[in-house]
Design a protein around this ligand. Structure first.
Ligand code: KDG
Ligand code: MG
Length: 402
């Protein structure tokens, strides 16, 4: 059996997505997501100019060998562009293998460990009242776990606050929009938000929050401590994780569970945090961390240290990543939670999928493969549109972490 053809499909049904389609000489095809938000075309070139020529004629059943060939063979290891491209190939090959085995992907991975995958949704509002209402809306929709982000008095455009109620798309302009950030205002406000949420809705639902890399370690320790009475499921990305030592400092100050890893590419980014038990949830996902093959290694390492998975699932991860992630989540023994930020109707139509939401859970469906395909004709209707994530500056103009 041979890989006969592979092509990259770029489409923008409301936001940009990059999809790799691999076709075998037996007519079976598989698809993988290669979307890297705000830097999409770099992965398109990496795939078209450097990866696809090496794939043609290879045996698609040799997923591990192809993974190692692309990772070791590039010489230049790791990084978001390389690892997103490898992820797309890997996801497409697992899709093909599961289709050839006539199995849903979760069966090929070892079978289901659970019926449904608990997901968390994004509730957000421009101010405290709006955010309280938004959380109530998610509870009405059946969610068991809800991430709450709110506008902060005195801060224009706080992270995580969308303009719509269900759909929120941060990559919103053809040049990066500039937002302004002020940590002291944020640190004063967030405990009030969670106090009000617990006073209003009690403790029956899981609440989560994302600090989006904006704090120093000591500020993160303070926030974690202030939030302890409200029993968060997790506090995410408190501080940029390049300096992983800083998590020791945060950990000394708080028992609020910590989640990190949506921007990590390999197990090497996760290793110290996991082995030193400095985090509770690892947020690496299929598209960012080298596909199913590599994500499985990260999850197995995490399991030894009782660190659970909590895969990234924002709108920039296409339905292809979501489908593959749900099969992975259904199998992985140390599953924690899956992020689920809904796509628009246009996106859902371009990517027909078997997964469905019910009562706070996503179900991968029983279709063979990972259960997601691409409607190429429809995809053609939505040409690529350059779109950047915003940037953040402090009030005095200093560049900060968005
Ligand atoms: O592309 C960036 C987004 O995926 C990111 O800002 C979303 O932090 C995020 C999250 O937790 O979903
Ligand atoms: Mg995040």
């Amino acid at each position: 059996m041979k890989i006969q053809a592979a092509k990259v499909i770029v489409t923008c049904p409301g936001r940009n997505f990059v999809t790799l389609k691999i076709v075998t000489d037996q007519g079976v095809h598989g698809i993988g997501d290669a979307t890297l938000n705000g830097r999409e075309l770099s992965v398109v070139s990496y795939l078209e100019d450097h990866v696809i020529p090496c794939l043609i004629g290879r045996d698609p059943r040799q997923i591990e060998d192809i993974w190692q060939y692309l990772y070791r063979g590039a010489y230049w290891r790791r990084g978001p562009v390389t690892m997103s491209a490898i992820a797309a190939v890997d996801t497409a090959l697992w899709d093909i293998k599961a289709k050839m085995a006539n199995m849903p992907l979760y069966d090929l991975l070892g079978g289901k460990s659970r019926e449904g995958v608990m997901v968390y949704g994004h509730a957000n509002g421009g101010d405290l009242e709006e955010t309280i209402d938004a959380v109530g809306h998610y509870i009405e929709m059946g969610y068991k776990a809800i991430r709450a982000q709110s506008g902060v008095p005195g801060i224009k455009d706080a992270y995580g606050v969308g303009r719509g109620k269900l759909f929120y798309e941060p990559a919103d302009a053809s040049l990066p929009s500039e937002t302004v950030w002020d940590t002291p205002k944020y640190l004063r406000f967030v405990p009030k938000l969670f106090e009000t949420l617990r006073d209003t809705y009690g403790f029956d639902h899981h609440l989560l929050h994302d600090a989006h890399h904006r704090l120093t370690p000591i500020e993160a320790g303070r926030l974690g401590k202030d939030l302890e009475p409200y029993r968060l499921f997790w506090l995410e990305d408190t501080t940029p994780a390049e300096n992983q030592e800083s998590f020791k400092l945060i950990r000394q100050h708080t028992t609020t569970p910590l989640a990190v890893g949506e921007i990590f590419n390999t197990i090497w980014d996760c290793k110290d945090l996991i082995q030193n038990q400095l985090i509770d949830y690892i947020r690496t996902t299929v598209v960012r961390a080298g596909g199913i093959t590599h994500l499985r290694r990260i999850a197995d390492l995490a399991a030894i240290y009782q660190v659970r998975t909590g895969s990234h699932g924002a709108t920039d991860l296409s339905p292809v990543t979501m489908g593959a992630a749900l099969h992975f989540d259904s199998w992985v023994p140390n599953f924690g939670i899956q992020e689920y930020m809904r796509h628009t109707e246009e996106t859902d139509a371009v990517f027909p999928h078997a997964y469905r939401f019910e009562d706070g859970f996503l179900f991968p469906g029983d279709t063979i493969g990972h259960g997601v395909d691409i409607d190429e004709k429809l995809a053609e209707k939505y040409p690529y549109k350059r779109a950047y994530l915003p940037v953040a500056r402090l009030e005095d103009g200093t560049m900060w972490n968005w």
